[in-house]
Design a protein around this ligand. Structure first.
Ligand SMILES: [Zn+2]
Length: 384
């Protein structure tokens, strides 16, 4: 049971001021200078930066645990591993080789959503299967499907109503009916793995798609005579864009360009991590195919990069060091903006009274040294 915790004298990533953060029963009860609650466990954070815990809304696993299988223990394993990388909440991003595989995975994992201690699983992100085979990325194009409301219903039911986001290719026939259906259920429709033209993407935005899955990756590239999804998304202030910030999926200069065009409130850093995240050596498998990790990436034999292996704190550091964001802007990209995409911005993504006590402390090199998930210390490398 979380009791009381006091984080003392940390430097606020937002304001640069020294602050104390008092957490009671999983919630931030007070933020300010010189708090002195009776009976709280005290963390001396004098040399630390404090910010809201990272919320990763596009992640397939990490630390050896994969979300591509129905084994619910993998959520607990990931929830225990992720706080070492500053993650306090996440969406379980999954897919299947066949509709019945995906339904079985969702059925198997659904009861574990929101259950484990450590990083909080917030629900599912279905990355497909209604994606464009011409922009399949690491997915086998043979497993992608034509949009069908009944099939979608099957997945939503299998997931016990815990799907929060669905990535689809809006240009596919039947996709707009799915978008309408998702909106009725309060589920975020995201466009990605898509060959949509500018006009098709515009139309999708008008139908209710306000989020883009890993901008630049697995989509029609921007061209001077056809701007595609990228131009449509950038030009519409209602659209948020995921960016894989490992510095490889998207080159640092393209990250800088995107941040410049989108501004600090529309960037959503995501890892797209596989179970291989955190691993650095040897051969491994992803969706049945061999991948090689020796280059620091997960690369298939044909050269396709199949997902990032750099954990979330690495993406945060890329945003600060290589993209040039301020600490506050990087925390928005990694914490506040993803929480807002899911409609959770009244309880996650801020260090403020009444918010969930999801907190990360970073050292001056921006490595997590202590992570609090709903008031409990889930990771700690500084002395008690
Ligand atoms: Zn993915």
């Amino acid at each position: 049971m979380p009791g009381q915790l006091l984080i003392r004298s940390a430097t606020s990533a937002r304001t640069g001021d020294r602050i104390d953060v008092h957490c009671v029963d999983g919630t931030i009860a007070a933020v300010g200078p010189d708090l002195n609650p009776v009976g709280a466990t005290v963390v001396d954070a004098e040399n630390c930066i404090v910010g809201p815990g990272f919320v990763d809304i596009h992640v397939h696993g990490g630390g050896g645990a994969s979300f591509f299988a129905r084994d619910a223990s993998r959520l607990a394993a990931y929830s225990a591993w992720a706080p070492a990388h500053g993650v306090t909440a996440y969406l379980v991003s999954t897919a299947g080789r066949h509709p019945s595989d995906l339904a079985r995975t969702l059925e198997g994992l659904a009861p574990a959503i929101g259950r484990a201690s450590g990083a909080e699983s917030l629900g599912f992100h279905l990355e497909g299967p209604f994606l464009n085979p011409t922009r399949h990325g690491a997915f086998d194009p043979g497993t992608l499907r034509t949009p069908a409301t009944r099939e979608l219903r099957r997945y939503l039911d299998a997931a016990e109503g815990k799907v929060r986001m669905v990535t689809l290719a809006p240009e596919l026939e039947g996709a707009s009916a799915l978008v309408t259906r998702l909106a009725q259920d309060g589920i975020v429709a995201a466009m990605g793995h898509s060959d949509a033209t500018f006009q098709q993407a515009r139309q999708a935005i008008e139908t209710g798609v306000h989020h883009v899955t890993h901008l630049f990756n697995a989509m029609r590239p921007m061209h001077q005579r056809e701007g595609g999804i990228i131009a449509a998304a950038v030009l519409d202030g209602s659209v948020t864009c995921e960016l894989i910030c490992d510095g490889v999926h998207v080159a640092p200069e393209m990250l800088r360009l995107a941040c410049h065009l989108l501004g600090p409130d529309r960037i959503v850093a995501v890892t797209d991590n596989l179970h291989l995240a955190g691993a650095t050596t040897g051969d491994a498998r992803f969706l049945g195919q061999e991948v090689d990790l020796s280059s620091g990436l997960a690369v298939r034999e044909d050269g396709t990069i199949v997902g990032s292996t750099l954990p979330m704190d690495g993406h945060f550091r890329t945003l600060v060091r290589e993209v040039g964001l301020s600490l506050d802007e990087a925390f928005r990209a990694c914490s506040s903006n993803p929480a807002r995409v899911l409609g959770l911005d009244a309880r996650k993504g801020e260090i403020a009274t009444g918010y969930d006590a999801d907190i990360v402390l970073l050292d001056d090199a921006l490595w997590p040294v202590l992570t609090v998930c709903r008031g409990e210390i889930a990771y700690r490398s500084i002395p008690a």
